[in-house]
Design a protein around this ligand. Structure first.
Ligand SMILES: Cc1cc2nc3c(=O)[nH]c(=O)nc-3n(C[C@H](O)[C@H](O)[C@H](O)COP(=O)(O)O)c2cc1C
Length: 208
């Protein structure tokens, strides 16, 4: 049985070195970003933004802020995934627009905003909690983008090894509005991928 989805899952690995002479086309990067865009999010808030960096000088500037990891400068496209913390706050206009788009009648808006505020009262009380909540959601988009890339033969490597404040400063990001969640390079591998190490299902699954 052929299974293109599982083939893509097996093709994807944390690529440690990209071939800097091979570039991803515009069409391919848009395909990958589309998988991020279509990802699910809590309350459908889409609390993310994707910075796509192709400029070599900027990649080289970011590399020391990312533990000097060579994926950052050798990749074709460096996607910096931001958690859009401002957009989910009660003061944000995005929430109202989102609820109205979902078809909530304007006269019920305050009621639904109240439910949202009540449900998230332990999250919306400080930026640190909002960052954790929104950053978790960006990881769903990240996973989908990596699998979409693998599906079309493109490699990636999720990077958590970076100095958040340094990356935000280099990219001139206002941390009240956005915060860096993950750095995600895409490109083409130099070396063959190592054997995939995973625990067997019986160790990680329990049917009840
Ligand atoms: C959230 C997250 C952060 C990661 N950060 C790094 C990183 O900073 N540098 C790196 O080389 N790999 C990083 N990885 C890759 C993992 O080490 C890798 O996915 C894991 O060892 C499994 O290997 P595989 O993806 O090749 O199957 C990260 C993976 C995840 C999911």
């Amino acid at each position: 049985m052929t299974n293109k989805f599982l083939d893509a899952m097996h093709f994807r690995h944390a690529c440690k070195l990209f071939d800097d002479s091979k570039k991803i086309s515009d069409e391919q990067i848009l395909y990958i970003l589309e998988a991020g865009r279509e990802s699910p999010s809590a309350f459908g808030m889409e609390p993310w933004k994707f910075l796509v960096i192709t400029d070599n000088d900027l990649k080289n500037k970011l590399r020391p802020a990312c533990k000097n990891q060579i994926q950052v400068s050798s990749c074709s496209h460096l996607v910096v995934v931001l958690a859009a913390i401002e957009s989910v706050k009660l003061t944000s206009n995005d929430i109202k627009q989102r609820f109205l788009k979902k078809g909530i009648p304007p006269n019920k808006l305050d009621f639904y905003l109240g439910l949202y505020a009540q449900h998230l009262k332990h999250i919306l009380n400080k930026d640190e909690n909002i960052f954790h909540w929104t950053s978790n959601q960006t990881f769903i988009a990240v996973a989908n983008m990596m699998t979409a890339a693998a599906y079309i033969g493109i490699d990636s490597c999720p990077l958590e090894g970076f100095d958040k404040e340094d990356v935000e400063e280099i990219l001139k990001i206002d941390p009240k509005e956005f915060q860096v969640s993950l750095v995600l390079p895409f490109g083409y591998r130099v070396n063959p991928q190592p054997k995939q190490l995973r625990k067997p299902l019986r160790e990680i699954v329990e049917f009840m």
